[in-house]
Design a protein around this ligand. Structure first.
Ligand SMILES: C[C@@](CO)(OP(=O)(O)O)[C@H](O)COP(=O)(O)OP(=O)(O)OC[C@H]1O[C@@H](n2ccc(N)nc2=O)[C@H](O)[C@@H]1O
Ligand SMILES: Nc1ncnc2c1ncn2[C@@H]1O[C@H](COP(=O)(O)OP(=O)(O)O)[C@@H](O)[C@H]1O
Length: 311
């Protein structure tokens, strides 16, 4: 194989509970992650040597800090391969939005180069390598609906939520740093434990897992949780306004995804989702909206052009 194209799906967090701080400086978390249809296209072309990267989005770094570049570099090193690759990323997932765009790109490079360079690595091998670059990458390799624990890299598949309609809303000029969101959450917790005992420590994860089992969208919407909302809402009032607005025009429930600032609403139907998007577009001119839905996979190898037979 000389070239391939991968569809790298974004994710949302249906649940994100911070359980505590770890000695390595990360937070111990319990999350439910869900792949969504919104996706980047990642094109890989074999070359003799070197890793070359291009992208159509001006905010995406093109140097060795790009997660897709780092994934290729790591695979090259670990497989002692001298082969090279041209990587082109066509961005559709907004950047620094809490939707794991960079992690999805890195996961696509791991999956694609495993094929292109004929490395024969298993999904588990790719996830272990991915975890060295970022906590969300192991999820993005496989995708679907999964429970993630540890710092996010320990995964357990859950019943697929395929097809559930969603509206996404992201303030256009706002990005949130993941490190800042976790750090600010941790400092708020320290202040609280000094001042008073926290009263929101009861987990609603069992309710959310039961709602998933029953495939009950309203019960699911009632048990959404994201601890990182607290620092982000305090700093960016628009995030709270978008949550309220989504629920007032048809969403069954609404939550910020990951470290934000993207907010999603769970919708009763795709038709209702389009109506909600159209109403809110008129109301919030500096916000981007998408209608999307839950999908059962993280990375898809796009079928190439039909091969001509030799005869
Ligand atoms: C918040 C979440 C929710 O799915 O996603 P995003 O909003 O970034 O998409 C993830 O936990 C993000 O995963 P990812 O974006 O891979 O983060 P990493 O590169 O591993 O870590 C970036 C920084 O976030 C902090 N971090 C991350 C994960 C974690 N469990 N505890 C942390 O404290 C650390 O400061 C770390 O240096
Ligand atoms: N392939 C990539 N796509 C997007 N951003 C990337 C990529 N590689 C590195 N980055 C950097 O990672 C930061 C976080 O981007 P992203 O993965 O989109 O957001 P999030 O961590 O909120 O899911 C960006 O600000 C950017 O500087």
């Amino acid at each position: 194989m000389q070239a391939c194209t991968l569809i790298a799906h974004a994710k949302i967090n249906l649940y994100l509970e911070v359980l505590g701080s770890r000695p390595d400086g990360y937070s111990e978390v319990a999350m439910v992650l869900q792949s969504i249809q919104l996706a980047d296209r990642v094109e890989l072309k074999r070359r003799q040597h070197g890793i070359h990267l291009s992208c159509n989005h001006p905010q995406v770094p093109l140097d060795a800090t790009n997660l897709a570049y780092r994934a290729a570099e790591l695979l090259q090193k670990e497989s002692h391969s001298s082969a090279g690759v041209d990587i082109h990323i066509e961005k559709h997932i907004p950047v620094a939005a809490g939707l794991a765009g960079g992690s999805a790109n890195a996961a696509a490079v791991l999956v694609g180069l495993n094929q292109l360079w004929g490395l024969g690595l298993t999904v588990g091998d790719l996830q272990t390598l991915g975890a060295r670059l970022g906590s969300d990458i192991p999820f993005c390799v496989q995708g679907g609906t999964q429970l993630a624990t540890g710092r996010g890299e320990i995964l357990e598949p859950l019943m697929d939520l395929e097809g559930i309609p969603l509206v996404l809303a992201k303030p256009r000029s706002l990005g949130v740093s993941t490190a800042w969101a976790y750090q600010t959450f941790r400092s708020l917790q320290v202040d609280r434990t000094l001042a008073a005992r926290p009263n929101d420590t009861v987990s609603s994860l069992p309710q959310l897992l039961a709602a998933l089992e029953r495939q009950d969208p309203q019960a699911l919407a009632n048990s959404l949780r994201n601890d990182l909302e607290k620092p982000v809402l305090a700093a960016h009032a628009i995030v709270g306004e978008l949550k309220t607005a989504l629920c007032s025009v048809g969403a069954l429930g609404s939550l910020m995804s990951g470290s934000g600032p993207t907010v999603f609403g769970i919708m009763p139907s795709l038709e209702q989702a389009s109506q909600t998007r159209d109403i809110l577009r008129r109301q919030f001119q500096d916000v981007d909206f998408w209608v999307t839905q839950a999908v059962p996979t993280g990375i898809l190898l796009e079928p190439g052009p039909p091969q001509l037979s030799a005869s």
